[in-house]
Design a protein around this ligand. Structure first.
Ligand SMILES: *[C@@H]1O[C@H](CO)[C@@H](O)[C@H](O)[C@H]1NC(C)=O
Ligand SMILES: *[C@@H]1O[C@H](CO)[C@@H](O)[C@H](O)[C@H]1NC(C)=O
Ligand SMILES: *[C@@H]1O[C@H](CO)[C@@H](O)[C@H](O)[C@H]1NC(C)=O
Length: 239
């Protein structure tokens, strides 16, 4: 009984020793989040400190909500057969940079679904030492200039529709009067296109006496906005 306990403790100790967060190297990355533009390429920075070679190590890039690796480098080669299908042909390590401990990942043709938290995991299998970091990737898409169309006479005013496509994440849509004040309009209708980008629409009834109106679509988080102005003809002129 006593011997069993002893063996157990010894085994536990061995397990603790054999897989350890590395003492020989540390995995480091960006302090801030990485922003990518949908459709463009991005580099997720990750490297070893000190800058020992990672050529003979295992470099595994994961995404939080994806089961299979986003990229797997093991046995001194990229293992595409183990990679998640949606990332095949879209990832790359910098082979020359691996020698200097640079395990950054290049991701090509960023998609909306790439948005999320990634993990850069580096493992020295023979020594059973590893370390990892997590990186937040924010995908953005700045949509098209809003388009305003006149829908005709409505409730004693003119019905206007403002529409803009190609945004990510979901933008806000606001109407402003000539003095720059926010106007109360109908609810914002939201849709997704085939690339999963947002399409937003909002209707407004412009009452007599308004001259200039602006439809603004904005992504507060990225301080991006697009405006379109419309001039309402005076009372004497027909619409
Ligand atoms: C590692 O970093 C040191 C100091 O910055 C530099 O002098 C050295 O060339 C680097 N080694 C490699 C293999 O890049
Ligand atoms: C890693 O390699 C990439 C591509 O060459 C480069 O842009 C990046 O600055 C490198 N990072 C470090 C820490 O050396
Ligand atoms: C107008 O609406 C925008 C977006 O919701 C908001 O950020 C801004 O503070 C509003 N301006 C005023 C004066 O209420």
């Amino acid at each position: 009984m006593k011997q069993d306990l002893c063996l157990c403790l010894t085994l536990l100790l061995l397990v603790c020793i054999s897989v350890s967060r590395s003492g020989r190297f540390q995995v480091v990355g960006p302090v801030d989040r990485v922003v990518a533009v949908a459709g463009e390429d991005v580099v997720l920075p990750c490297y070893l400190k000190p800058n020992i070679s990672a050529e003979a190590l295992v470099v595994r890039w994961f995404k939080q909500d994806v089961v299979r690796p986003v990229h797997l480098y093991a046995n001194k080669r990229n293992n595409e057969d183990k990679q998640d299908a949606s990332y095949v042909g879209r990832t790359q390590l910098f082979r020359e940079e691996l020698k200097a401990g640079n395990t950054s990942l290049k991701l090509f043709r960023v998609r909306v679904s790439d948005n999320g938290r990634y993990n850069c995991f580096v493992h020295d299998e023979p020594k059973n030492e590893y370390d990892d970091i997590s990186i937040q990737l924010l995908v953005k898409a700045i949509g098209k200039q809003p388009v305003i169309s006149i829908e005709g006479q409505r409730e004693g005013g003119v019905g206007l529709l403002c529409e803009s496509a190609g945004w990510y994440p979901q933008p806000e849509l606001i109407w402003k009067d000539g003095e720059g004040h926010n106007l109360t309009a109908g609810p914002t209708e939201t849709d997704r296109d085939s690339m999963d980008l947002f399409i937003v629409k909002q209707r407004l009834i412009a009452h007599k006496g308004t001259s200039k109106l602006t439809c603004r679509v904005l992504l507060q988080q990225f301080r991006q906005e697009r405006d379109t102005e419309v001039h309402i003809p005076g009372e004497s002129q027909p619409f």
